[in-house]
Write a protein that binds this ligand. Structure first.
Ligand SMILES: [Cu+2]
Length: 318
């Protein structure tokens, strides 16, 4: 794994904007398009599909068959599209800017940021997706410290995220949103790194495993995914019995996000099916798009009796 830095500068620093171009490699472009479209249809929303010459662009209903989810195999020589994996601060004319120099170690922080649009002005109009106008994630370089927040938007386009205290080290902060520019607007994930001053104590990544437990709930993943688009299934039990009282959370019975060991690429994993009352489970399925092989730290969030539970496990993607 990548060793997080052990020596930190005296002041927090934010990285510089990195221009994100379209996919350079035609194969990579075709792979991304083919692997995204089924996911889009399941969700009825657009993923980060780059401008493409075909009519089967993001968010166009009826252009593919959701039952025909391909098991995507792609040559290992295909370089992952890091901008599509949420590792660029700028994409399709949209840019994430942090208003603050960065969080301070050991203290909760109201982190302010903006998303500027192609006209250079802060975006104030965001589409609601998964019940929110923006989903915000924070993770340290060793894949610890996961936070999933829903910041508040001010009228001038400034977002405020109520971050819990961050341990020293290098963190990546992600904004996941859909600009409200019409039915074909694409979901974008932009991110930046910040360094929280202090002595970082990296935590080794737990070994890959199928099962993890939180708050008495046991979650078992039943997939052996390879890079690309796949169906992923999680089964929940408690005291050896199947769980059937999951409550809706963000328009689903569970929310799954995953981060790649090393480069911190984000795999957004979208639930399939619809919610109907407080009776979700025990089996939950997701459309998963892993842009690259390796170890992924998977965070599954679900709600019972008004309480949110977050469980993490390490998933090996071939
Ligand atoms: Cu969210």
């Amino acid at each position: 794994m990548t060793a997080p830095p052990t020596a930190q500068p005296a002041r927090p620093t934010a990285d510089r904007p990195s221009p994100a171009g379209p996919l350079a490699h035609p194969l990579a472009r075709r792979w991304l398009l083919a692997s995204c479209v089924p996911v889009l249809l399941v969700l009825g929303m657009a993923l980060t599909v780059p401008p493409a010459p075909s009519a089967a662009t993001a968010g166009t209903p009826g252009t593919a068959d959701m039952a025909g989810m391909p098991g995507m195999d792609h040559p290992a020589s295909d370089a992952p599209d890091l901008a599509a994996a949420g590792l660029a601060a700028e994409r399709n004319g949209y840019r994430l800017d942090l208003a603050d120099p960065g969080p301070t170690a050991g203290r909760a922080t109201d982190l302010r940021f903006t998303v500027t649009g192609p006209d250079g002005a802060p975006v104030t109009d965001f589409a609601v997706h998964q019940t929110k106008r923006l989903h915000f994630y924070a993770i340290r370089s060793d894949l610890t410290g996961f936070q999933h927040l829903h910041p508040d938007l001010a009228g001038d386009g400034t977002w405020t995220a109520a971050l819990s205290a961050l341990a020293p080290g290098t963190w990546r902060l992600y904004a996941d949103f859909v600009p409200n520019t019409g039915p074909h607007a694409a979901e974008l994930v932009l991110s930046r790194t910040v360094t929280v001053p202090g002595e970082a104590a990296p935590v080794p990544l737990p070994a890959p495993g199928d099962t993890a437990t939180v708050d008495g709930y046991t979650v078992t993943l039943t997939a052996r995914p390879a890079a690309g688009a796949h169906r992923l299934t999680a089964v929940l039990s408690r005291d050896g019995r199947p769980v059937g009282d999951l409550q809706p959370y963000l328009d689903a019975y569970a929310h799954l996000s995953a981060f790649h060991e090393g480069d911190l690429a984000l795999a957004h994993l979208h639930p399939t099916g619809t919610v109907d009352g407080d009776r979700g489970g025990p089996e939950l399925t997701f459309q998963a798009l892993f842009p690259e092989p390796g170890n992924w730290r998977v965070f599954l969030q679900f709600q019972t009796s008004g309480q949110l539970h977050t469980v993490a496990l390490t998933l090996r993607v071939d």
